[in-house]
Write a protein that binds this ligand. Structure first.
Ligand SMILES: *[C@@H]1O[C@H](CO)[C@@H](O)[C@H](O)[C@H]1NC(C)=O
Ligand SMILES: *[C@@H]1O[C@H](CO)[C@@H](O)[C@H](O)[C@H]1NC(C)=O
Ligand SMILES: *[C@@H]1O[C@H](CO)[C@@H](O)[C@H](O)[C@H]1NC(C)=O
Length: 450
């Protein structure tokens, strides 16, 4: 049985709830319970967003559901590769558009966790796509399927450009094609009016490659993006499950957000796979006063990632004494990284203060890469101290209990030093509506949104 999460119960949770929340999203109920909160009625492009595996997924995967350990590991690898790209290594940036994840994790990439359903072409064909804030080029698998390698199995029909009245392929000499830069597969003799070939490289030598195209993208019956630029993929060995493609919501010029009139989007990642979240494209219709807002900072030299400036942490209402300089590099807000990674000094301060507040619970051995774990099954209610992240301009984001404790452990990690970029991961973001207001250069957090 999955208990309903009490929205306003902040600091004390009973053990069964804690177990259900903590033991990862994968162990949720077999039934989709839908939205937990009512949806603002006048939303623009509002789409249900669901965990890729689990009962709410529009295309439940038949393959092995990744273990908690695999999800956490792929999250750490994603954080590392984001940092490598941000570290100014041009070579690393050249190597991949997205991030490197070893194929030993199989094709169920734990860090690509959330999907939405959109319509592509005229008439619109339903496509179930991964939502990713860490990349800029969107793509779907297209006909004709490559020979001899077949199209991967997907739930929805494979998109057929020939069946769409609004489809067109960019030519090699088009501005859109030249704008792909290093993502243009120019080495195959692409020139003049021949179709533009794009390539997006992923980890371990896999890639999505095909024809750079445009077509109408229908987000909701009332909201469409004409001439949406995306890759018609003819080889995408990475995602050999039922997912049809990927919608890229990065900050770069090629992403869906950059192609929309309203340069803003928001999402709410659901607390478990048994609940639905949402994705809003355009400015959400929720009053901006309901968001805690902090300026968006550019981070590294890579426009893809959205940066914020963390400045402090409070535990049980007390601000920890952390020198501001350790936060100077800034942090990336990422939908695909699992656990938030803090500068080493900040992590140690949090760990010490949290452990002190949790002294009534025996500490247990480290697990899954977490080093601060407790035995919470000592009966009765589990009392957690409140934990808040304080961002630039005093934006104080009080975390949901599911963003404080994960699998019985303090749900944070360290970057390993005080100079690396931090990452705000999805465990801490769940249940918040996270707003990326690119036009207004702000990031907002609205608690209890899903
Ligand atoms: C990035 O650079 C900083 C400073 O040079 C270094 O401490 C850190 O380990 C680097 N991180 C990665 C992931 O390469
Ligand atoms: C892209 O993937 C295909 C299929 O796995 C492979 O044959 C090709 O060499 C890859 N291309 C690059 C440039 O990595
Ligand atoms: C947690 O505490 C309970 C009750 O004291 C005990 O039965 C259980 O073995 C402990 N679990 C671990 C992992 O230490």
């Amino acid at each position: 049985m999955i208990p309903v999460w009490p929205l306003l119960l902040l600091f004390s949770i009973s053990s069964p709830i804690a177990d259900a929340t903590r033991s990862s999203l994968m162990k949720s109920n077999a039934v989709c319970s839908g939205q937990r909160v009512s949806i603002p009625s006048s939303s623009g492009a509002w789409l249900p967003l669901n965990h890729r595996h689990g009962p709410c997924s529009p295309s439940p995967s038949s393959e092995r559901i990744p273990s908690t350990a695999d999800v956490l590991l792929s999250g750490r690898l994603r954080a590392d590769s984001i940092r490598r790209r941000l570290n100014g290594s041009a070579a690393a940036a050249e190597r991949s558009d997205v991030v490197t994840v070893p194929t030993t994790l199989g094709t169920s990439l734990g860090n690509y966790e959330y999907v939405v359903t959109v319509g592509l072409g005229t008439p619109a064909v339903t496509q179930t796509v991964i939502m990713d804030t860490g990349s800029d080029v969107s793509w779907v698998q297209c006909r004709p399927c490559p020979v001899p390698a077949p199209c991967h199995v997907q739930k929805d029909p494979v998109f057929d450009p020939a069946g769409s009245a609004t489809y067109s392929a960019f030519s090699c000499s088009s501005t859109a094609c030249l704008g792909l830069g290093r993502r243009r597969a120019a080495s195959n003799g692409c020139s003049g009016s021949s179709p533009c070939q794009y390539i997006v490289k992923y980890g371990a030598g896999s890639n999505s490659t095909g024809t750079y195209s445009s077509d109408k993208l229908t987000l909701t019956p009332a909201y469409a993006v004409d001439g949406f630029r995306f890759g018609c993929s003819h080889a995408d060995p990475l995602f050999s499950d039922l997912t049809d493609g990927l919608i890229a919501l990065g900050g770069g010029s090629l992403s869906l957000v950059s192609q929309m009139a309203e340069k803003a989007f928001s999402y709410c990642l659901p607390p478990t796979a048994s609940h639905s979240g949402f994705l809003t494209l355009g400015v959400p219709r929720v009053s901006s006063s309901r968001f805690v807002v902090t300026p968006m900072h550019s981070i590294g030299n890579i426009k893809t990632y959205y940066g914020v400036l963390l400045q402090g942490i409070t535990v049980a209402g007390r601000r920890l004494g952390i020198p501001p300089s350790v936060f100077a590099a800034g942090s990336v807000v990422d939908s695909g990284t699992v656990v938030t990674e803090l500068p080493l000094t900040a992590y140690r301060a949090l760990q010490a203060a949290f452990t002190k507040e949790m002294r009534m619970y025996p500490q247990v051995a480290p697990k899954n890469g977490f080093d601060t774990c407790f035995n919470l099954t000592t009966g009765g209610e589990v009392k957690l101290p409140s934990v808040a992240l304080v961002f630039d301009r005093g934006a104080t984001v009080e975390l949901d209990p599911s963003g404080i404790i994960f699998d019985g452990c303090l749900a944070f990690a360290s970057t390993g030093d005080d100079t690396s970029f931090g990452i705000i991961g999805n465990v801490q973001q769940r249940t918040f509506e996270v707003l990326y207001d690119i036009a207004g250069q702000a990031v907002g957090f609205r608690r209890g949104a899903c």
